[in-house]
Design a protein around this ligand. Structure first.
Ligand code: MN
Ligand code: MN
Length: 383
């Protein structure tokens, strides 16, 4: 009896072993479900300029009427997208999770639409301004000099937090008031200059968008604030610097001479093991370019600034940057007339941050302790 059973088992096993692979099961059906829009919940903190991580998810309650696979994704709005896929093995109420990816650009509230078959719903995600905690290497780590805001009424001081820099835009002048960016080794690569000057269509609807050719024939360069040379890690990074919201009409001799030399000097500091927080701004009306003095270009749409400034806070490479600034931190500031007669070494135009604050009414580095600002902002760099 025992022997017979074993023999039977062996025969079955051999037969099973010889059997051909079964035909592939049919592809699973696509699930059908409805979405409980009112109960969609958004998790995580959304901060302009900061990359989303695994805490940035959305829970979507669904009622499954037919099992099968699902793949749900929103459009990319304000730089971020939510998506998720998987399968339902049972019908009835359950939930799916969508993961957020990307970097929010502007600090405002945006609506995202989920669409799955007949099921659609839209839900709001609010992007907040930068938190007061540590957010190392953020373009605005040390502050918002003019308290710019992404509100449509803030026409002369409109905050645009982009992936590769942040800026305060002045609709009346057609230029940025200032542009702020972090520069470190990872920003410096081998990408060539893209030269794709273009309008910035992220400005609020109805605002004049300075066209790519706005300065042609004016005798002024399209002067980058955040330089092309500071963003060579990728085509996307370099291309971002050619938006017209990053440009001022800049005196060519000054732009290509003194200003380019200072940009090179700062990149050299990065190559020597430093990271730098840089803010460039401009103010006043009337500069002198290749065709002599001018107060505006582009038919009056763009103001020619009289003065251009730059502030650079230099730190040895490291983490927790805001806690590493002390009384000895190198802080370089220059203030230079927007004129073809501004020549020579940029070092001859050094001044204190206090002097730039007095001229502009801004509070630079306002997230540093006031006592610390008092020390380093009063000093004039002499290295
Ligand atoms: Mn750092
Ligand atoms: Mn200050």
């Amino acid at each position: 009896m025992k022997f017979r059973l074993s023999l039977f088992a062996i025969v079955v096993l051999v037969l099973a072993g010889c059997k051909k692979d079964p035909p592939a099961p049919p592809a699973p059906a696509v699930a059908s479900f409805t979405i409980n829009c009112a109960a969609v919940t958004v998790q995580g903190t959304y901060t302009g300029g900061l990359t989303l991580n695994n805490t940035n998810t959305i829970t979507v309650p669904v009622n499954v009427t037919q099992v099968g696979t699902y793949s749900v994704s929103t459009a990319t709005i304000n730089g971020i997208t939510f998506s998720g896929s998987g399968s339902f093995s049972t019908t009835g109420k359950q939930s799916i999770t969508l993961q957020g990816t990307g970097i929010p650009v502007n600090n405002s509230t945006y609506f995202y639409l989920i669409s799955a078959g007949a099921a659609t719903c839209s839900f709001p995600v609010s992007i907040i301004t930068a938190p007061s905690g540590n957010f190392d290497n953020d373009h605005m780590l040390f502050g918002n000099p003019s308290r710019a805001a992404t509100i449509i009424d803030s026409t002369r001081n409109y905050l645009l937090r982009k992936q590769y820099y942040a800026l305060s835009y002045n609709k009346d002048r057609g230029t940025p008031n200032w542009v702020s960016w972090h520069l470190f080794q990872n920003d410096l690569g081998s990408t060539s200059r893209q030269d794709d000057f273009r309008t910035d269509n992220t400005l609020p609807a109805g605002w004049y968008q300075v066209p790519a050719n706005a300065f042609s024939g004016s005798g002024f360069d399209r002067g980058h604030n955040c330089p092309s040379g500071d963003r060579t890690s990728s085509v996307d990074a370099n291309s971002s610097t050619f938006l017209m919201t990053n440009m001022i009409p800049q005196a060519p001799v000054m732009n290509q001479g003194i200003w380019a030399n200072m940009e090179d000097s700062l990149r050299r500091l990065v190559n020597q093991g430093n990271e730098i927080y840089i803010i460039m701004g401009s103010y006043g009306t009337g500069g002198t370019g290749n065709n002599g003095p001018a107060t505006t270009v582009n038919g009056g749409n763009v103001t020619v600034p009289s003065t251009v400034w730059k502030v650079a806070l230099v730190l040895p490479n490291g983490n927790n940057d805001s806690s590493r600034v002390d009384n000895n931190t190198r802080l370089i500031a220059v203030n230079i007339a927007n004129s073809n007669s501004s020549t020579g070494s940029w070092k001859n135009y050094r001044t204190s941050v206090d002097a730039i604050e007095a001229a502009t009414g801004y509070d630079l580095l306002d997230r540093l302790a006031p006592v610390l600002q008092g020390v380093i902002e009063a000093r004039v760099d002499n290295l």
